[in-house]
Every structure is written in structure tokens, then in C-alpha cells.
Design a protein around this ligand. Sequence first.
Ligand code: HEC
Length: 150
Amino acid sequence: MTFSNRHRNLVMVIAVLGVWCALRSSASAQAQPVQPSPTSVANRGKDLYISQCSACHQVNGEGMPFVFPPLKGSGVVNKDDATKHIHVVLYGMQGGRAGGVVYAAVMPPFAATLSDADIADIIDYERSSWGNHGNPVAAAQVAAERSRSQ
Ligand code: HEC
């Protein structure tokens, strides 16, 4: 092998390494998540539930007997038609019956402080936690309920 042949081989090796590095870095750039994954949506609903609702309904969804109703096993939370569930969170509830019990405490309205997406995420979290099995809700359904009630 002459010197110039060896030199040419070296140039080839460097060129191949360069292409390999360029491909690798563009592949890792493409691996960045663009859409939030389903897990992060679930975490959003959980975080919002904990900050907005758990003071009364508790982190375990069981509420406090005769003070705050449980959402675990609640008829409203497990009903396929989520209209009442959405309505209660938007506009609150007072002097109603939850699970056949009359509660003296007031459920505050969240229409002014939470977005349609926030409310849908919280409702989905409640509907899929603590053994509940209600249909999930889309932000568009919350928006529809808002405009219907105005
Ligand atoms: C200050 C305490 C309090 C907070 C905070 C609160 N709730 Fe309530 N919630 C209540 C009370 C009290 C009732 C029952 C009201 C009644 O029966 O008139 C209730 C009722 C409900 C019901 C109906 C349950 C049933 O079985 O009928 C749902 C659903 C609900 N709340 C969801 C939520 C969600 C979601 C949040 C957070 C965004 C939240 N609540 C925050 C006190 C609270």
C-alpha cells in the first residue's frame, strides 16, 4: 500500500464517521416528543384533581362521611352520560343529594377558573380512578355544556 492509498483510506474513514454522527444527531432530534403522551394527560388530570378537588373529596376519592361526598363509586361519576358530572364541576352544587345523602357543604363552581381542557382532564381522572369506570369526556363536551347553560 502506497502512502497516497493509505491517506485515501483515512479520508474515507473520517467521511464515514462524519455521516454516521450527522445521522445519529438528526435521529435523536426527531425523537423529541411533539404531542403529550397519554400518560402526561393522565398526570395533568391527577395534578389538577389534587390541587383543586382533593381538599374536600380527598386524594383517595372517598370524601369525608356526611361532610363531602365520595367520588369513588359515585353514580354521577360512573354514569355513561357525563352531562351531570360536567355541570356539577362547571357550576357547583348546593343543597342537592349525592348518593342519597344531603350535604350541608357547598360544591364550588369552577367555570371561571378552569379551562374546558382542564375540566375534561380532571373528569377523566375521576372517571378512571378508584375503581370508577365512567366514559371519558372531551374538552368539546365541556365547551358545549358551557354554551348550553349560558
Ligand atoms: C370546598 C369543597 C369542595 C371542593 C373543593 C370540590 N367539591 Fe365537589 N362537592 C362538594 C360537596 C359538598 C358536594 C355535594 C354538594 C351537594 O350535595 O349539594 C360535591 C359534589 C361533587 C360531585 C357530585 C357527586 C355525586 O355523587 O353527586 C362531583 C362529581 C364533584 N363534587 C366533583 C368535584 C371536582 C371535580 C372538584 C374539583 C374540580 C370538586 N368537586 C371540588 C365539595 C367540594
